[in-house]
Every structure is written in structure tokens, then in C-alpha cells.
Write a protein that binds this ligand. Structure first.
Ligand code: HAM
Length: 424
């Protein structure tokens, strides 16, 4: 019986995984410099956590969640994103005590039942950041500049930071009505989806992907022109701070995001080299979500980036060695050698060397072929004569020179030779 992986889900194989590990290592490094610490979250949660936070009328909740009933009848959902879980954990573990800004990051798989296409999967991986406990615009900008620094270290410069402000609980309801009034006259021309959005989630009409709707959206009222005084000041401060760090950005008044919890600053980073799924990263401020789950007032700011999309735009060139090379390949010849090499390999690994061998044994020629294929730095030949004399043949695979080394001296000799730069 042949079973294949599920549509929209993929394996990340050796050869690719090194790219992922490299990106994750840089992320951890950069994030820790900005004071963020890792949180590991469950992959499934109570369904209500996501429907309430992301919003009942969003595409994610209406069409994309993997929801099932577990054996005790509880409604469970495979997490479509990480922010809701961070908020739940923050409240559950009273992370607001003592009061301070809590800075967290997470990495892991998310699940959305979307139509798979280039850059869009049903299981995809995110790296996310959440700064919880302040509405200071400094944090908005610090998190966005952290992201830009992360991208810089990955060698990415062709990315565009787009920002917008969605207003707050004071100004958004009024704007929503103004927007609905303006949309009403276009309902005949707008797509079926937007006709539904008009009643339930009119802001989403602004970022519809249908060409005709996009043209109409251009002339609809924008949030930025309907912000209250405090949101206007806040957005001005965000822009001034971004400019003070010379971070290039553009204003995108059509940027509304597909999750309902946002207020004030929202942003996306898009890649000009990707097709329709060009958003590498999205995020923004969500000031009332913690309170909506009965936590204390806790304004927050965060983002999540899609690993598959990010990796696809990184110019890897020869940035990292994608193949792991063993330090030494041990060739054992003859029956007696088997037990000697077994113990030798065990000791070498314990001594800190990466070691490989040909488990099938076989002739010198076939084992040397495997050694070459492994691209090991050295090969150690252990045959009958070597066992008798107690001296093994150590071959430098870069320049084919060889010399005899006793088992006792081997670790030291290897250490010295590995430390030497390879001659061109
Ligand atoms: P989001 O915009 O839904 O935001 O997702 C963030 C990123 O995840 C997207 O920009 C994209 O790169 C990636 N992504 C989303 N769906 C898929 C998919 N089906 N296949 C591949 N990649 C995908 C959030 O998830 C928010 N929780 C971000 C946030 C954190 N806001 C505040 N804090």
C-alpha cells in the first residue's frame, strides 16, 4: 500500500533543512539581542481561542481551520497562527506579574485549509514575535527594525516594508460606517465575496485580490484619513521613529490584514520577486486581545513570517555548506577490523569528531569510493597489517598525503590537522 503525504503539506529534507536551521539560528541570535525569549506552544488548542481572537467572519475561521472533536467531545483546532496561543499562555501563566514588557518569540508549524499553490501550504511554518505590555510606539518601531535587521543578516534587501494604521475602538466603528456607505454604491460591481464582506467585515473589501475590486478600492475612504486625534499622533510618531532609523517604508492605505484583532499600526513585508503570495511577513498592534480573554489591559505588538516564503527568496549562494561533511571516514578491511573499527569509531565520536563508515564493508576500492562520496576530510584505513603494527593509515583527502598514526595519537593528530587551513 502506497501512502503519500497530504496535499499542501511537504517534507523538509536534508539538503534543505540546513537552510532552515541557518535561518532559525540567525533568528534566535537577533531576537535575543532585542531581549526576546522563546516560548513553545501547543499545536492544538480549544477552537474558541482562535474563532474569538482571529474573528468569526474572517476567512481563516470561516473556511480554513482544521477543527475536530476529540474523544472527550471537546472542539479542538490545529493552530492556524501563534498570536492567540501566546495570549492564552500569557494570561494562563500570569506573565503580567510583575508588570513589565514581556517579549516572546516562537517557531513552528501552523495549519490552514487553503488552496495550495506556490508559496501557500496547508501546513506551513512561522517564526513569530510578540511584545506584550506597552502601547509605546517605540515598540512598534523596535519590532519592525528588528525584522529588517534579521532580513539584513539573511542577505535580503529587496523587501518592502508597508505600513498602515487601522485606528482604535474610538475611531474604527465610525470609519467602518463611512466605508460601508461608500461601498454600498458599488455592490453590483464588486465580487460575490466582497458583497458578503460588506455586511460582516467591510474593511476586507479594501484588500480584495480581484482586479476590478482593486480598482474600486483605490477610491474608497481609507482608515488613515479617518483616525482620531490620538491615533493620528500615534501613527505620526511611528513614522518619525522609523525615519529616524533610516528604515525605508511605504504607506499602504489598503493594508487591513486578514485577522480581526489588530488596531493602530499594521504592517507587512512583501517581496517584489514573489508572485501573488508575496507577503513574507505580517503583523501589527493588537491592544485589546488580552483583555478580551479576561486578562489585564495589555497592549501588544507582534508579527509572524512565513518560513517557506522567506527561504524561497534568500540568495543562499555559497553562504552555508549545505552538506554535512564528516571529519573522518573509517575504512575497515577484514573480519578482525570490524570489532577494532567499531570501538575506534565509538571513541572518536565521543572525542568530538564526526565519523562515518561503510556499513556494508567490502573491498578497499568500494569503501574508498564511499569515503570520497562522503566528502570526509580524512580517511582512516584499518587493515590486518595496521592492526598488527598498531598504526593506522591516515589519509588527507584534500591532498592525498598519508601518514601512520597510532590509535593513541589519533585524536591529537586529527585535532591538529583539522585546525590547519586547507591548502588551495
Ligand atoms: P498572517 O499574515 O496570517 O499573520 O501570517 C503571517 C505570515 O505567514 C504571512 O505573511 C505568510 O508569509 C505566512 N503564511 C500565512 N499563511 C500561509 C500559507 N497558507 N502558506 C504559507 N505561508 C503562509 C499571522 O499569522 C499573525 N499571527 C501575525 C501576528 C503576530 N500579528 C501580531 N503578532
Amino acid at each position: 500500500m502506497k501512502i503519500q503525504s497530504i496535499r499542501g503539506v511537504k517534507d523538509i529534507l536534508p539538503g534543505d533543512i540546513e537552510k532552515w536551521q541557518w535561518v532559525e539560528e540567525i533568528a534566535r541570535n537577533v531576537f535575543s539581542k532585542y531581549g526576546f525569549r522563546e516560548i513553545r506552544l501547543p499545536i492544538f488548542e480549544n477552537t474558541k481561542l482562535f474563532s474569538k481572537s482571529i474573528g468569526e467572519t474572517t476567512d481563516i475561521v470561516e473556511k480554513e481551520m482544521y477543527t475536530f472533536e476529540d474523544r472527550s467531545g471537546e472542539q479542538i483546532t490545529l493552530r492556524p497562527e501563534g498570536t492567540a496561543s501566546v495570549v492564552r499562555a500569557y494570561i494562563e501563566h500570569k506573565m503580567y506579574n510583575p508588570p513589565s514588557v514581556v517579549k516572546l518569540y516562537y517557531m513552528g508549524p501552523m495549519f490552514r485549509y487553503e488552496r495550495p499553490q506556490a508559496g501557500r501550504f496547508r501546513q506551513f511554518y512561522q517564526i513569530g514575535i510578540e511584545a506584550m505590555g506597552t502601547d509605546n510606539p517605540t515598540v512598534d518601531v523596535e519590532v519592525m527594525t528588528l525584522l529588517i535587521e534579521f532580513f539584513r543578516q539573511l542577505g535580503l534587501t529587496e523587501l518592502e516594508l508597508q505600513i498602515n494604521s487601522l485606528g482604535c475602538a474610538d475611531c474604527r466603528p465610525k470609519y467602518r460606517e463611512t466605508l460601508k456607505d461608500a461601498i454600498r454604491g458599488h455592490l453590483d460591481e464588486l465580487c460575490q465575496n466582497c458583497n458578503q464582506r460588506y455586511e460582516r467585515n467591510p474593511l476586507r473589501v479594501l484588500d480584495c485580490k480581484v482586479e476590478r475590486d482593486r480598482k474600486i478600492a483605490q477610491d474608497l475612504p481609507k482608515t488613515k484619513d479617518h483616525l482620531c486625534e490620538s491615533c493620528t499622533t500615534n501613527f505620526d510618531q511611528v513614522q518619525a521613529l522609523l525615519s529616524s532609523t533610516s528604515t525605508p517604508y511605504s504607506l499602504n492605505p489598503l493594508l487591513v490584514r486578514g485577522l480581526d484583532y489588530y488596531s493602530r499600526t499594521t504592517f507587512e513585508v512583501v517581496s517584489t520577486s514573489l508572485g501573488s503570495q508575496n507577503a513574507i511577513c505580517g503583523g501589527g498592534r493588537y491592544d485589546s486581545l488580552v483583555e478580551e480573554f479576561d486578562g489585564p489591559p495589555t497592549p501588544c505588538f507582534g508579527f509572524a513570517l512565513g518560513m517557506e516564503r522567506l527561504i524561497s527568496v534568500i540568495p543562499f549562494d555559497d553562504k552555508i555548506d549545505l552538506e554535512t561533511r564528516p571529519d573522518i571516514f573509517v575504512v575497515g578491511l577484514g573480519e578482525e577490523a570490524k570489532s577494532v573499527t567499531f570501538k575506534l569509531i565509538h571513541d572518536l565520536r565521543r572525542g568530538g569528531f564526526s565519523v562515518d563508515q561503510d556499513y556494508a564493508g567490502g573491498s578497499m576500492k568500494s569503501q574508498m569510493r564511499k569515503a570520497n562520496k562522503s566528502r570526509s576530510r580524512f580517511t582512516l584505513i584499518v587493515g590486518e597489517n595496521e592492526i598488527k603494527s598498531g598504526k593506522y593509515l591516515l589519509k588527507d583527502m584534500e591532498n592525498s598525503s598519508q601518514n601512520e598514526v597510532s590509535a593513541q595519537d589519533l585524536p591529537q593528530a586529527l585535532r591538529e590537522q583539522l585546525a590547519k587551513p586547507v591548502e588551495p
